[in-house]
Design a protein around this ligand. Structure first.
Ligand SMILES: Nc1ncnc2c1ncn2[C@@H]1O[C@H](COP(=O)(O)OP(=O)(O)O)[C@@H](O)[C@H]1O
Ligand SMILES: [Mg+2]
Length: 248
């Protein structure tokens, strides 16, 4: 569905030097799958997501979305940013509605889609709340709802649960998996939490230190639905595999 070939990208820093962020990264996302990407801080994970969202064009290499070159953002690929980017002056409903307003979707259709997102993200009863009134977990659910309300084929998530405490995070894993199965979107999620990656994904991609390259592509053959307590031993084995790939 989304195919990246030989991507390299660099930035110019404030001293005018070129910083190579990413080098020769190739990956293919199959429709309906859940892929996690782990790697050390600063290795180019966010850069890769921004490229795969069409927000920037790679310096080298190319990206094809359904066999056509991806050169600009499309409503069919959504990106949820690392930092909470809700608009504080908009309510939950108004935040979720934003991409629909930008896309000039008919008012009645907007309401249908928003209602559906409120249901599948468990935000019923909080329609009129402002971001400052929400817990971190709920704010992240609003971000996910806003990312999915346009019914994208692909959802890219950049460390969406990084700021949450461990218990809330584990609750969000279950919720995200249920949202994933309802929406049928293809997911690519960046995380620095290895347990999170193996618990959620069909496949975990491991990136090197900057400049980021792919070191490993590890299949996660656990059946679904998954439970932390039931699959603890297998999860731990898979975690060890990912850790070893990170430190070759
Ligand atoms: N806009 C930018 N200008 C200059 N350097 C950048 C910019 N964005 C990222 N970088 C650098 O590129 C490298 C990769 O960044 P990033 O993709 O954000 O990594 P990660 O998400 O894995 O932490 C880092 O060294 C970072 O400092
Ligand atoms: Mg990042």
């Amino acid at each position: 569905m989304l195919v990246a070939q030989h991507l390299s990208h660099s930035y110019t820093n404030t001293e005018g030097q070129r910083v190579l962020a990413l080098t020769d990264v190739s990956l293919t996302l199959q429709a309906g799958t859940f892929t996690c990407l782990v790697g050390p801080s600063g290795c180019g994970k966010t850069t890769l997501l921004r490229l795969m969202a069409g927000l920037m064009n790679p310096e080298q290499g190319h990206i094809a979305f359904e066999e056509k070159p991806l050169t600009k953002p499309t409503r069919r690929i959504s990106l949820i940013f690392q930092r909470d980017s809700l608009m504080p002056w908009r309510t939950v409903t108004q935040n979720i509605a934003l991409p629909l307003q930008l896309a000039r979707i008919h008012k009645a259709e907007q309401q249908v889609r928003i209602d559906h997102m409120l249901d599948i993200t468990g935000l019923r009863g909080f329609e009129g709340a402002y971001p400052a009134e929400l817990s971190g977990g709920m704010a992240q659910r609003v971000s996910i709802a806003r990312g999915l309300v346009t019914q994208p084929d692909i959802l890219l998530l950049d460390e969406p649960f990084g700021a949450l405490d461990a218990m809330t995070r584990e609750q969000m894993w279950q919720e995200l998996l249920s949202i994933w199965s309802t929406s049928q979107a293809t997911m690519l999620m960046v995380t620095h939490d290895i347990r999170e990656a193996v618990f959620l994904a069909d496949r975990v991609l491991v990136m090197s230190q900057r400049p980021g390259r792919l070191l490993a592509d590890i299949a996660i053959p656990l059946s679904r639905p998954r439970r932390l307590d039931e699959h603890l031993e297998q999860l731990t084995q898979l975690e060890i595999q990912v850790r070893q790939a990170l430190q070759p």
